[in-house]
Design a protein around this ligand. Structure first.
Ligand code: SAM
Length: 167
């Protein structure tokens, strides 16, 4: 599955996970919406949750994230064409937002999406470039396995509810 990033470039370049992925040829960065290929767009504001039902669209087109600072990641910023999907409840494993629900880095969002879409090996490959990468997959092992076994977005939301109720 091809990974593409609409790269805004307003975050600390030394800590940017998308830039690191691009350095290892694991993702392609694009400086404008027009240049970004159509695909499944990872958007925390999307109404529909990502589910295995999106695998075909992502495989045939692309899996896309928007790399920008969280300060500028408002709903209006997500103007990339594509099928927008929010990730279900997961917790961050990165040192900046460790343990915090939903505030994932771009690489964590990609890895979670790949795992949900049935490409766990690819998720491990992208996370292997980060010292805390394995932590993210370990922390979320159970929810990722359960989301990946769902049929569609409604089932994913039902599983997510169980985790939200425990919060
Ligand atoms: C706001 S940027 C921050 C990136 C950070 N600068 C880095 O270096 O990784 C994170 C991106 O990952 C994706 N993402 C993160 N959490 C998400 C969620 N809960 N649902 C969908 N996409 C998410 C979105 O594309 C989002 O714009």
């Amino acid at each position: 599955m091809d990974l593409h990033v609409r790269y805004e470039g307003d975050d600390d370049p030394d800590k940017c996970t998308a830039r690191k992925l691009a350095r290892f040829d694991l993702a392609t960065l694009h400086r404008s919406d027009r240049a970004t290929p159509y695909g499944v767009v990872l958007n925390p504001h999307a109404e529909r949750a990502l589910s295995p039902a999106d695998a075909e669209t992502a495989r045939e087109n692309a899996l896309v994230a928007l790399d920008c600072s969280w300060e500028s990641a408002g709903e209006k910023q997500f103007t990339i064409p594509g099928e927008h999907r929010a990730l279900p409840y997961l917790v961050a494993g990165n040192p900046v937002n460790f343990g915090r629900p939903m505030r994932l880095t771009t690489v964590e969002a990609f890895a979670a999406a790949l795992a949900i879409l049935g490409e766990y090996d690819h998720a491990e490959r992208v996370m292997a470039k980060f010292t805390w990468g394995e932590t993210f997959l370990d922390l979320n092992e159970e929810p990722l396995r359960r989301y990946a076994a769902c049929e569609d977005s409604n089932e994913v939301v039902a599983v997510q509810q169980e985790y939200l109720d425990r919060e």
